[in-house]
Ligand binder design. Structure first.
Ligand SMILES: NC(=O)c1ccc[n+]([C@@H]2O[C@H](COP(=O)([O-])OP(=O)(O)OC[C@H]3O[C@@H](n4cnc5c(N)ncnc54)[C@H](O)[C@@H]3O)[C@@H](O)[C@H]2O)c1
Length: 318
């Protein structure tokens, strides 16, 4: 079986590639190393993959390669490449979001619309499509009112999948990920910042006065759900993929303090534009139809991320 993963050098994409190789897939990973965070980090994400015989890396941008030819023999496509991050999506950088999250999706869909070999495309969507929903835990049927330009572009990605899906009979599933964490988490994401600053003894800005809550999902659970969705009989469906519980950010920091044995120097700050107050997924659809059951407990997942950051040398200067 052949799998193709876009965004393979990224946080979640690199984990998917590793898992697919373990399951004996032949994997092609594509990434163009956008400059949102350092290329050295992305190269590190690929380090163990590059040692695998069944892995081929393609350094290319979705927007300017012949994807139709590249995807010709593919059985499963995992489309994870995107411009992630809510806070950077305002202002001039919006074009980076429309290019990589909307136009890139259209390029993928044009490339596969006549491809009859692909069994399933998994599209990485986001809880950001819901915005500040009052319905908590939120179900897939809730109104989508994103409060960030990033969320708008991910919603447009879903809508493009739907349009092409119904017209060209494209088998796809959109998974709405709820804040993913674990080893290789992006450096702009909350837990990575919290752990790094605590390990280094630096001031730690906590937005919304620490009142906001999040549903956090361990990356291995995300990967499990992607594979369940890929192999399922379902198509043109949307599923929430969350950890299934929510927690206040100050409580997370307490857990990191107890894991690292170091005290956080918290500086409470105002909410940032585009951040939602709370997220909490209702995962009953994924449970019932896909058999998804998140396994990682938060302390286990945090320990794994702490170990990974320490392995990268974080905090060793103290
Ligand atoms: N991390 C989360 O908590 C989270 C939550 C919800 C949704 N998602 C979605 O999951 C996916 C993966 O997120 P991540 O956190 O691993 O992000 P990431 O930034 O680590 O990985 C994305 C990768 O895509 C690549 N890329 C971007 N545009 C490209 C293009 N045009 N051509 C080729 N490569 C391109 C980037 O270089 C990057 O390596 C994204 O689609 C994101 O929107 C992530």
């Amino acid at each position: 079986m052949k799998a193709f993963v876009t965004g393979a050098a990224g946080f979640i994409g690199s984990h998917i590639c590793e898992r697919l190789l373990k399951e004996n897939y032949e994997v092609t990973g594509l990434d163009c190393f956008t400059d949102y965070y350092p290329k050295t980090i992305k190269k590190n994400n690929l380090r163990s993959l590059n040692k695998e015989k069944k892995f081929t890396f393609l350094e290319a941008n979705i927007l300017n390669i012949d994807l139709k030819r590249r995807l010709a023999g593919t059985d499963y496509l995992f489309h994870f490449a995107a411009q992630a991050g809510v806070r950077a999506s305002w202002g001039q950088d919006f074009k980076v979001y429309t290019d990589n999250n909307i136009t890139a999706v259209q390029h993928i869909l044009e490339a596969v619309k006549e491809n009859k070999k692909i069994r399933k495309i998994i599209f990485a969507s986001s809880s950001s499509v819901y915005g500040d929903t009052k319905e908590l835990p939120v179900r897939e049927t809730a109104e989508t009112l994103p409060v960030s330009p990033y969320g708008v572009t991910k919603l447009m990605g879903e809508k493009l999948f739907y349009s092409y899906g119904v017209n060209y009979n494209i088998p796809y599933i959109a998974l709405r990920f709820f804040t993913v964490y674990g080893p290789r988490q992006r450096p702009d994401m909350g837990f990575n910042i919290f752990i790094s600053k605590i390990l280094k003894g630096e001031n730690l800005p906590v937005f919304s006065g620490g009142r906001s809550t999040r549903d956090f999902t361990y990356v291995e659970d995300i990967v499990n759900c992607c594979l369940l969705a890929a192999k399922s009989k379902y198509t043109r469906e949307i599923f929430n993929v969350g950890g299934g519980h929510r927690i206040n950010l100050l409580e997370v920091i307490k857990k990191i303090e107890s894991i690292t044995g170091k005290k956080a120097r918290i500086k409470l700050a105002e909410a940032q534009k585009g951040d939602v107050k709370n997220t909490w997924s209702d995962i009953s659809k994924a449970k019932n139809l896909l058999g998804y059951a998140p396994k990682a407990d938060l302390v286990y997942g945090l320990k794994k991320e702490v170990e990974w950051l320490q392995g990268q040398g974080c905090g060793h200067e103290y």
